[in-house]
Design a protein. Sequence first.
Length: 258
Amino acid sequence: MKEIAVFEDPVKKQPLKLVVLKLEEVHRPPFQRDISESLKKHLEMAIEKLGFLTPIVVVEKEGKFFVVDGQHRLEAMKDLGAREILAIVADESLYHHILEFNTEKPPNVKEKSRQAYRLYMDLFEEDASLIEADLFTYFKDPVYITFGFVLEEKEKRFPASFYESFVSKIDEFLDEPLESAIEERRRRADALVELNQVVNDKFAELGFENALQKGEIVRKAVQRAFGLRVRVIEEEFYQAIERVKEACKELSIEDFGG
C-alpha cells in the first residue's frame, strides 16, 4: 500500500485515506453481488477512454483490504491488465454496509433516454460532422437516442419502457454524420409516435382502463408479427414498425384471454 493523503469526509467527518493498492491486495467480500459482465465491459471501455477517475472504497479487515464499493471497477482494471488501483480506505465498521453504497436509484428508461438525447445534442453542437457510429462508447444502446428524440421533441408522455424490448432489436447506430443522423433520429421518433397512436386506438377499442395494459398490447403485437420469444428481428426499422402496427390492428379481446 502506498499512502497518498489523509482527509475527512465532509459530512460525518470520519477519517479516510487515499492510497494506491496492488490489485492482488484487494479482495471481494463473500456477500458481494455477482459480477455483471456487461457493466464490467462498459467500465473497461470508459476507463480506456477517460482513465481511472473514481477510486474504489475499501475497508481493512483482518489484515486484508475488502472492496465495499467498486467491485466492477476492480474487475475491469484486472481485465485491462492494470497492476495497481486508486482506493479510499474507510473504517472497518462499513464492512457490512455494502447495500448502502448502492442505494441510489438506477435510471429508468425515460431517464436514460433523456440523458442520451441531451448528450447527443451537445455532441452535435460541438461538431456536427462527427459520425454517430463512432460515438457508440458514449451511449449504451441506440434505442435510448431514438427514445430521447421522442420524449424531448415529440411526446413527453411516450411510454418508452413498453417499447424497449422491441425497438432495441431493430435500432442501430447510424454510419453517418450527426448533421444528417439527427434528422433520421427524428424520423424514427415520428414512426414510434405513430405506432403508439395505433396502440392507444387499440387500447380504447378493447375497452381497457389500466394504462399498463398498453404494454401488453405492444407485447402481443410484436409476438403476432414476429413470433413468441423472438430474439432477433432481421427487418429494417421502418418495415418492422409497420408489421407491428398491422399486427396491433388485428388483435382482438380473445388475444387477451377474453
